[in-house]
Design a protein around this ligand. Structure first.
Ligand code: DAH
Length: 356
């Protein structure tokens, strides 16, 4: 008993030993960390049982004190060890409990919904890859343009009837929303000497809105200027492009046309990749409507006035240019019949274009 043992060294040693064993029984009944910490304080804290016992050390002969001190240390150590072990056990149990609660491996997985690339972006990226493979650089320009870059420098002066072909949006300060990507030709040539070999994808704006026209739409311009660039080079470039874009059996047809910035100019048709332009499939082909050909854009040899406008020597270099509508390319490639679908962002439409 504590009262009997108190006062003698042996009694104190016994009391310290029983302290640890009583603590071990007590801690076994506790379930939470705060409870355990409180119990620890009741034994080892400032006013704890072990501290109280130590106060009796003064009453025993000095020669016996080391033995009592050693017993006190053993008691403290074993109490601390018990506390540590118990807390570690609790932490492990709570983790296991959490895992058992939150992971039900029989539940169906939560699927990730991957986004897809918009068909217009896919077409743009595909065209970029094809032309990068032919040594072209990709250039872009601002959507708000000067009239000079958009028209004048492209051989389309203010009174030129061709300005009516592109019903233009005017913004403040004498600027316009670019009506085509051709001004990027001008910007590129102004920025440096020939040779120039670029494509310029980007959005353009016109006052148009129906099933086949939207007020904003994406185009892609192409420009190659160097010594001895010929119409033959233009044709070879266009054939390579359509074969990579629509398939290896695709052919092109160039029809005489007019653009102020090219001379001569040609409308570019690609042979219909659906019916191959061959009867009898051609007669009922919904894509080319029986013609065997798909209009894809305009092209021509860069007009000498354009080369002169940017300070190039029109006697030294020649060039070809072309332009196409990306939505038209996407409509043809994916068989989409209403242009507006590209801009409504209806998921039922967009999900039909797989990711990747
Ligand atoms: N800029 C023309 C348009 O938007 C398309 C075009 C035609 C661009 C012929 C060209 C070209 O570079 O040579 O209608």
């Amino acid at each position: 008993m504590a009262s009997e043992g108190a006062g003698t060294a042996q009694g104190l040693v016994l009391l310290f030993e029983s302290l640890a064993s009583v603590f071990s029984t007590e801690i076994a009944t506790l379930q939470t960390e705060p409870e355990i910490r409180l119990a620890q304080a009741r034994y080892l804290g400032k006013k704890g049982k072990a501290t109280e016992l130590m106060k009796q050390l003064g009453r025993i002969p000095p020669g016996d004190r080391p033995a009592v001190g050693a017993a006190a240390n053993r008691a403290r150590e074993s109490i601390e060890k018990l506390v540590e072990e118990r807390l570690a056990g609790l932490a492990e149990a709570s983790l296991a409990g959490e895992l058992a609660r939150s992971v039900d491996v029989t539940l169906p997985g939560r699927g990730r919904r991957a986004g897809t690339i918009h068909p217009l972006s896919r077409v743009r990226m595909e065209i970029e890859q094809i032309f990068l493979g032919m040594g072209y650089e990709v250039r872009t320009g601002p959507l708000i343009e000067t009239e000079w870059n958009n028209f004048d420098a492209l051989n389309t002066p203010a009174d030129h009837p061709a300005r009516d072909m592109q019903d233009t949006f005017f913004v403040e300060g004498g600027l316009i929303l670019r009506s085509h990507t051709s001004p990027v030709q001008i910007r590129t040539m102004l920025a440096g000497p020939p040779p120039v070999k670029i494509i310029a994808p980007g959005n353009v704006f016109r006052r148009d809105d129906d099933a086949t026209h939207t007020p904003m739409f994406p185009q892609c311009e192409g420009l190659h200027v160097d010594k001895n660039v010929s119409f033959e080079d233009l044709k070879a470039t266009l054939i390579t492009f359509v074969q990579r874009f629509f398939g290896p059996q695709t052919d092109i047809r160039l029809r005489p046309s007019f653009f102020p910035f090219t001379e001569p100019s040609a409308e570019v048709d690609a042979s219909c990749f659906l019916c191959q332009g061959k009867p009898p499939a051609r007669a009922t082909c919904r894509l080319c409507k029986g013609t065997g050909w798909l209009e894809i854009g305009g092209s021509g040899m860069v007009h000498p006035n354009v080369l002169a406008a940017v300070g190039y020597d029109k006697y030294d270099v020649t060039g070809f240019a072309f332009g196409m509508g990306l939505s038209r390319m996407a409509m043809l490639k994916y068989g989409v019949t209403d242009l507006r679908l590209f801009y409504e962002n209806d998921l039922r439409f967009l999900q039909q274009f797989p990711a990747g």
